[in-house]
Write a protein of this length. Structure first.
Length: 365
């Protein structure tokens, strides 16, 4: 099972305004006694009977707080109907993609809530019956609140893996843009708001990793993603996460493993109205942060809202020197829409070159 440190945590981000990109990425936090947290529970067996083909049963075996507000939930399954992320075409054709799963939670009132999650664990872990989901406890997200209430040993439902983005095109459907079908971009810019984007970068980097990408041959395998990857990561000061992995990717050489060619860490001021969902977690500096500060290809910006139009213009100009680029924006709907508008209006990026994942009208895997 791929190991992740406490620097990983997903945000479900809903707060702020369209003009405040820094705080749009910080999210809302669970408050003890919040009335929205009161009435959710899992009824996995009943839901499984209602949806036998789409969902499989999984068991919650471990909860690891990775910050005072988020935790990694580890599930295992022996249900043979769980499917696989690694779908194959005829012969030896491999359909490379990023992927997500839908968690289904039944409410005490007899209804249900569903929430899409992008696992940080690999396709090989899923095929072995293991899955890691990073959950930010947000009182506005019923599925996350339900997760927060589940004891170890709870039976939950996860859907069969679903395609998110094609690789290497990084569009939801390769037929969406004919000219981009299976075309290697000259560069890829990821603009991620808060921790909901972290699983996206983890999966993108897996497709640049000869030990983690799809394939039946023993590692090292031929990777489908060869383009230089740049990352702008906007987060709150008390949720600078995935730092050890980011440092490892930024320090790596292409011949050795997946590499982030450039990282801009836009760290906004922490909110003062945050109550911890996991108060037992240490509020210390994220592991790997000091290493990030020493790397030449990492820039760390701090302020009330450091993800500005000027920053996007500067980083986009550097990307365009490489040639045709793909921009992937991930975060809450308000964050993603605001970033896309700035990329189009101030940076003059063609809208067809921008992928917003998830769609602003969909959930937040």
């Amino acid at each position: 099972m791929q190991q992740f440190n406490r620097g990983l945590a997903p945000h479900v981000m809903t707060c702020g305004t369209a003009g405040d990109l820094g705080h749009l990425a910080t999210g809302l936090f669970f408050k003890q006694g919040d009335t929205q947290a009161a009435c959710c529970s899992f009824h996995a067996a009943q839901a499984k009977a209602e949806c036998p083909e789409e969902f499989a049963q999984w068991t919650l075996t471990k909860i690891t707080p990775v910050s005072r507000h988020s935790a990694m939930y580890h599930f295992t399954s022996t249900d043979s109907s769980r499917g696989t992320p690694y779908t194959r075409g005829r012969g030896r054709t491999v359909w490379h993609k990023t992927w997500h799963t839908t968690l289904r939670a039944e409410t005490a009132e007899g209804g249900h809530v569903e929430r899409d999650f992008t696992p940080v664990s690999t396709w090989m872990d899923w095929d072995s019956g293991e899955c890691d989901l990073l959950v930010h406890i947000d009182p506005s997200e019923p599925a996350a609140v339900c997760m927060h209430k589940q004891p170890l040993g709870s039976e939950v439902l996860l859907s069969k893996p679903k395609k998110s983005l094609s690789v290497p095109s990084l569009v939801p459907d390769v037929n969406q843009y004919e000219t981009l079908t299976e075309v290697e971009h000259k560069g890829i810019l990821l603009v991620l708001g808060g921790t909901s984007g972290l699983p996206v970068v983890a999966q993108v980097m897996q497709h640049a990793d000869p030990t983690a990408c799809f394939g039946t041959k023993p590692a090292p395998r031929r990777v489908p993603l060869l383009s230089p990857v740049h990352l702008i990561y906007s987060c709150s000061h008390d949720d600078v996460l995935l730092t050890s992995e980011l440092a490892r990717w930024c320090a790596a050489e292409h011949a050795i493993g997946p590499r982030l060619q450039r990282l801009v860490l836009a760290v906004s001021s922490p909110r003062e109205d945050r109550d911890a969902a996991f108060p037992q977690a240490e509020a210390e500096e994220a592991p790997g942060f000091k290493e990030l500060e020493t790397l030449d290809n990492v820039s760390i910006l701090r302020g009330e809202s450091p993800l500005t139009s000027e920053l996007l213009q500067t980083e986009m100009a550097a990307m365009l020197t490489l040639g045709r680029c793909r921009v992937v924006v991930s975060g809450p709907a308000s964050f993603s829409v605001a970033v896309a508008e700035k990329l189009e209006a101030q940076c003059k990026v063609d809208p067809s070159a921008i992928t917003i994942w998830p769609s602003p009208v969909a959930g937040n895997p």
